[in-house]
Ligand binder design. Structure first.
Ligand code: ZN
Length: 147
């Protein structure tokens, strides 16, 4: 385990590979950390997505964010269908915030909010009781459940 700041501890995930864990308790709405990365154009974003980069987020009509960089510890947070964090886009920056009360030591997760494009290539093994089987945004849960 290694610590990143005072909010996050990196360790072996219960879900997949490496994960991020709460270094302290959080109240609902608390900011855990910023999801940072490289600001890239939509064209560059398309190329990287096609190359299989799963760390790209929408920022605004002009820019996306590629979080697959060493200086972004939030990249270790896994997707979950029943996450304990939200990824909130506020004025062109992405913040990982507590969705509900979180205890120190809990693995931190958020919904990667992928759309339905090739959703079968992103199977979900989050283990949540309501897992829909694929990493998609909540608005698509009913569509992919049981597929
Ligand atoms: Zn799941």
């Amino acid at each position: 385990m290694s610590s990143n700041g005072q909010n996050l501890v990196i360790g072996t995930s219960l879900i997949h590979g490496t994960g991020g864990f709460a270094a302290r308790d959080f109240n609902p709405g608390d900011c855990v950390l910023e999801y940072i990365g490289e600001r890239i154009s939509k064209e560059e974003s398309l190329l990287r997505c096609e190359a299989g980069n799963p760390f790209i987020f929408f920022l605004d009509e002009q820019w996306n964010l590629d979080g697959s960089v060493d200086w972004n510890p939030a990249r270790f947070l896994n997707h979950s269908c029943a996450p304990n964090c939200n990824a909130e886009l506020v004025e062109g920056r992405i913040w990982i915030t507590a969705r509900h009360a979180i205890r120190a030591g809990e693995e931190l997760t958020f919904n990667y909010s992928y759309d339905l494009t090739e959703f079968r290539e992103h199977p979900c093994r989050c283990g949540a009781p309501g897992c829909v089987g694929y990493m998609v945004a909540e608005e698509f849960f009913d569509i992919v459940r049981g597929r």
